[in-house]
Design a protein around this ligand. Structure first.
Ligand SMILES: *[C@@H]1O[C@H](CO)[C@@H](O)[C@H](O)[C@H]1NC(C)=O
Ligand SMILES: *[C@@H]1O[C@H](CO)[C@@H](O)[C@H](O)[C@H]1NC(C)=O
Ligand SMILES: *[C@@H]1O[C@H](CO)[C@@H](O)[C@H](O)[C@H]1NC(C)=O
Ligand SMILES: *[C@@H]1O[C@H](CO)[C@@H](O)[C@H](O)[C@H]1NC(C)=O
Ligand SMILES: *[C@@H]1O[C@H](CO)[C@@H](O)[C@H](O)[C@H]1NC(C)=O
Ligand SMILES: *[C@@H]1O[C@H](CO)[C@@H](O)[C@H](O)[C@H]1NC(C)=O
Ligand SMILES: *[C@@H]1O[C@H](CO)[C@@H](O)[C@H](O)[C@H]1NC(C)=O
Ligand SMILES: *[C@@H]1O[C@H](CO)[C@@H](O)[C@H](O)[C@H]1NC(C)=O
Length: 421
């Protein structure tokens, strides 16, 4: 049964994705479970991306590690897939161009790199090969990562043309999605290796001018059974992003819901309030409310420095390294657990998942790091970021209808780590 053929174009564009991903309709709307494939990246890449995404210059020590993994010795990172640890397949245009993308709750734009300057074996969206692509004349976009202050943060910017085209994920189609085709970009942007991103944050901060465009999520939400996106991520087991339904068999406890702060001050991020935190399994709970975005596009958890200091104060061997702009420690260190309390409920990430991997030799890097601070006059920056590593033990439900986030511990929790020692 093709549950998505409500639109003429959809039937053309869905192809094999339907068989692989579509789930029978249970109510009036559509649902789908989209398989996500993990591309593990070295700890140095993970951290470099975390820093540059939030406007921090990459220190030379870290940059030299990142460059070691390069394609053909150039200064770009390995373009093995879309940025990020989990990639999904999206079908752009007609006939469908199936490309790996990052489903990113931390940004608002659907952007695709253009071919120039990239290794030949990387597939990218080619609007000229799509009979449904329509250029939006006079429209442009300008994505700036971080604070936009090129003096202090490097130069991470991309801009280009805007097309309307068919976009299908997991058999669900937006027939007229604004696809931002990157034409001009800076070397800093190239280092992010962001070939394809489908932004899932709130559309209010989409960067298309003169008229902001809907995100894919906004374009399909009224067709869904429920207007939700669910992240169900694992390191080794099969990961999924589910649209339109909440699979209750993934959790044994009720979801704890927390409102998204939709005020303009929060820039259209999925921003929630965290009540407090705790270091260790029977540590001291520190009540200290702070705003945090929830970002599937960042692996690490990035917090204000007092929280990060409190965490590593419990790791005697940890060092605040200027070389890597990160807290590092010997790889054989046993790390304490870390918990956040949200809407009165405590959610714990075990210490075994707080080592993101080897930086160099026997030195490993933490999955909790300081969020780069905003600078005067720069673009607003989030105050904290709950990243995808927090989603390994917890199901996260992004509800675009009620604008709240649901969190629950998952029933299946892998017994695994980022680093095999
Ligand atoms: C592209 O080629 C480079 C260099 O040969 C290789 O490392 C990389 O894995 C390839 N990427 C893809 C997507 O095939
Ligand atoms: C790219 O940059 C060039 C030079 O600044 C500019 O003329 C051109 O309009 C830009 N193209 C797009 C699509 O932004
Ligand atoms: C979000 O949009 C507002 C209004 O256009 C703008 O002032 C702000 O800089 C944007 N924030 C980010 C992080 O791009
Ligand atoms: C719900 O999750 C269970 C457990 O992982 C899985 O077997 C089942 O296929 C999922 N159902 C749907 C509709 O996603
Ligand atoms: C939203 O965030 C702003 C600070 O940026 C804060 O002043 C406001 O109280 C928050 N609103 C809610 C409902 O939490
Ligand atoms: C880590 O060291 C840098 C200086 O290298 C300093 O600015 C920063 O505040 C330190 N971070 C913490 C959490 O102590
Ligand atoms: C970690 O390894 C170092 C030597 O490399 C050793 O001195 C230390 O005792 C080890 N620590 C633990 C917790 O095993
Ligand atoms: C996880 O795996 C380790 C090593 O195989 C084992 O010792 C440990 O008991 C397992 N823990 C759980 C919770 O299954």
């Amino acid at each position: 049964m093709v549950s998505v053929s409500v639109l003429g174009l959809a039937a053309l564009a869905v192809g094999p994705l339907v068989a692989a991903n579509a789930i029978p309709e249970r109510s009036a709307g559509l649902t789908t479970s989209l398989r996500a494939v993990r591309n593990s990246h070295a700890a140095s890449h993970v951290h470099a991306r975390g820093l540059s995404r939030y406007g921090r210059a990459i220190p030379e020590g870290l940059a030299s590690l990142v460059r070691r993994g390069d394609v053909d010795g150039s200064t770009v990172t390995t373009y093995d897939a879309a940025t990020g640890e989990w990639a999904v397949i999206a079908a752009f245009g007609t006939p469908p161009q199936e490309l790996p993308i990052l489903l990113d709750t931390g940004s608002w734009d659907c952007s695709q790199s253009e071919k120039s300057g990239l290794p030949a074996n990387i597939s990218l969206y080619e609007p000229q090969d799509s009979i449904t692509a329509r250029l939006l004349k006079g429209y442009t976009f300008d994505i700036i990562y971080g604070n936009g202050d090129q003096e202090t943060s490097g130069d991470i910017e991309a801009s280009g043309d805007v097309f309307l085209d068919v976009l299908t994920l997991g058999g669900i189609t937006a027939p007229s999605q604004a696809v931002e085709s990157i034409v001009n970009y800076t070397s800093g942007f190239a280092e992010l290796g962001a070939t394809g991103i489908v932004g899932m944050a709130l559309k209010k901060n989409n960067t298309v001018k003169p008229v902001k465009q809907n995100t894919f999520f906004d374009n399909i939400k009224d067709k869904l059974s429920l207007p939700v996106l669910v992240a169900d991520l694992y390191l080794e087991a099969e990961s999924h992003y589910d649209f339109g339904y909440i699979n209750r068999s993934l959790i044994d406890e009720p979801l704890t819901w927390t409102p998204v702060n939709t005020s303009d001050s929060q820039q259209g991020w999925w921003s929630i309030t965290v009540d407090g935190y705790e270091v260790g399994s029977d540590g001291l709970y520190v009540e200290s409310p702070f705003a945090s975005i929830v970002d599937t596009g960042t692996l690490q958890n990035l917090f204000p420095s007092e929280i990060v200091s409190a965490y590593y104060a419990q790791v005697p061997t940890a060092v605040n390294s200027t070389e890597y702009d990160a807290f590092v420690f010997p790889c054989n260190e046993t790390l304490p657990d870390f918990s956040l309390t949200i809407s009165g409920k405590k959610f714990t990430i075990p210490g075994s998942l707080l080592n993101v991997g080897v930086v160099t030799g026997d030195t490993c890097m933490g999955n909790i790091q300081v969020i780069p601070p905003a600078t005067n006059g720069g673009l607003p920056q989030p105050n904290a970021c709950i990243g995808a590593s927090f989603m390994l033990q917890h199901l996260f439900v992004f509800d675009l209808g009620a604008l709240h986030i649901g969190i629950a511990e998952k029933s299946y929790i892998e017994n695994t780590t980022f680093v095999d020692l």
